[in-house]
Write a protein that binds this ligand. Sequence first.
Ligand code: AMP
Length: 418
Amino acid sequence: MHYQAIRGTRDIFPPLSEAFSAFEETAREKAALWGFEELRTPTFEEAGLFQRSIGETTDIVEKEMYVFQDRGGRNLALRPEGTASVARAYIEHEIAKKEKKSRFFYIGSMFRAERPQAGRYREFGQIGFEILGESEPSAEFDLITLADAIFKDFGVKKARLHLNSIGCLACRGDYRQELKNSLEPKAATLCEDCQKRLQRNPFRVLDCKKCSPLLAGLIPPFAKCGACAQHEKILFNLLETLPLPYNHDPKIVRGFDYYTRTVWEFLHPDLGAQSAICSGGRYDNLIKDLGGPEVPAVGLAFGIDRSLEANAAEGKEKPAVTKNKNGVFLCLASNSDAVVSYALKTATLLRENGLGVSYSLFKDSFKSQLRQAGKSRFAYCLILGEDEQKAQSYKLKNLTDGQETDLPWQKLVEKLKC
Ligand code: AMP
């Protein structure tokens, strides 16, 4: 019987797995510079947490969550995103009592039963950053500069920031009705989903990829309340100080109910329909709505898979695979017990010295071992036979130029360490 990975999930082999690690490494470095600390939350939670926070009428909750009952009859869900879990953990552990402002980041898989297509997976990686306890637009600014720095460092140059303000609960109510009235005459031309969205949550029509081309001239200007307008103005002024271009884009509304005021997406022009590579927004009511104190907050999340696809789409030269000079592939010229035991002892000692060792478990012919050494990740092969074992020495072969040198232990370690 052949088992296969579930549609929408994938096995990530090298070199892609290495690119994932490199992206995570870049994000971790920047997280430290921006003062974020890692929070690891469970992969599954009570389904109610997501229903309550993301919203009952959102696509994620209505159609995309992996919901299941566990053996105790609890209604659980694989996390479709990270912010709800961070908010739950923040409340559960009463973090607000311990510190006024918190900065957390998380890295992990998210799960959504969306229709798989290029750039859209059912399990995908996210790196998210959340600032809790900060109501000022400088928090949005800080996150946007962080995202920009991560993209720059990783070599994604063409990500373009699209930014909008969706106001607060007070000013959004009236606008919702205005928007509905304005879109209603076009209702029959909208997709089936948007016809329902128009009744239940007209904002959602704006970010529907299918319908948005039909909306030109139909989106009424949004007259926000004084506080929201001021927040937006300060943020725009701050962003003007950066060399980072951005679009004020009223179609960015984001698929979660918990957002207030600022929402944004970094879109990449070379990715087709799934072009959002990093998305974020402010969520000033979420902590309170989930039963916690009144704590304003703002966050963003990178899609790791898509960030790597953006990097590849920019036609980056694939980095030449550099061989690791701090390690060896062991090749045994003899299979005698004494040589095998000498080789295993050598492997242990090299690893204890922080040096890498790989081998083919010695049953293969010497020729085959050399071939495997050539394909290995190490720049050297260490040849051990009867002569080396008797002399307690080591023959190091440089796999690039083929040069062989006999070395005593100390010299071998020095050579491999430099
Ligand atoms: P969201 O949690 O929807 O705000 O998404 C944050 C980021 O995760 C997006 O900008 C995408 O890069 C990525 N993302 C969301 N859904 C998927 C998916 N189904 N497959 C791959 N990446 C995704």
